[in-house]
Design a protein around this ligand. Structure first.
Ligand code: SF4
Ligand code: SF4
Length: 133
């Protein structure tokens, strides 16, 4: 008799996902910015804030333990090109099936950021933390 055993591999090997990063091939067209459900994309040289486009406000502790002030203006990650804030990017988990910035970018310069690897569960927790409603 053959025995088939179905196992959810994600319980054994957590699904690994990454934040998205914009490479220096960006042509500053701005198409990605309004598509981000987390307001994680900013124009080069613009300040960014945790509270922008989220429910976050005041002093708080992020899901990774980092203490931040959601209202405080943060230093731009790039002065010349559109950029993505890794702390706010969930790779669109919780909203969409695929990263929306990558889907609209005309030059395919929104790519996985190997310096910011998180599990899908962690990304979902981050999304729910920013948008608890
Ligand atoms: S992957 Fe989604 S959440 Fe991350 S920057 Fe792109 S649009 Fe925003
Ligand atoms: S859509 Fe692509 S090229 Fe346009 S601003 Fe965003 S990252 Fe840059």
């Amino acid at each position: 008799m053959e025995l088939f055993l179905f196992v959810n591999l994600s319980n054994i090997y957590p699904i690994i996902a990454m934040a998205i990063i914009i490479t220096d091939e960006c042509i500053n067209c701005g198409a990605c910015e309004p598509e981000c459900p987390n307001t994680a994309i900013y124009e080069g040289a613009d300040d960014w804030r945790y509270k922008d486009g989220t429910s976050l406000k005041g002093s708080l502790v992020l899901t990774d333990g980092k203490k931040v002030d959601a209202n405080e203006a943060q230093i731009p990650i790039s002065d010349e090109l559109y950029y993505i804030v890794p702390d706010k990017c969930t790779e669109c988990v919780g909203f969409h099936e695929e990263p929306q910035c990558a889907a609209v970018c005309p030059v395919d310069c929104c790519v996985p950021d190997s310096d910011h690897v998180e599990t899908e569960d962690a990304l979902l927790a981050k999304q729910r933390f920013m948008h608890p409603e």
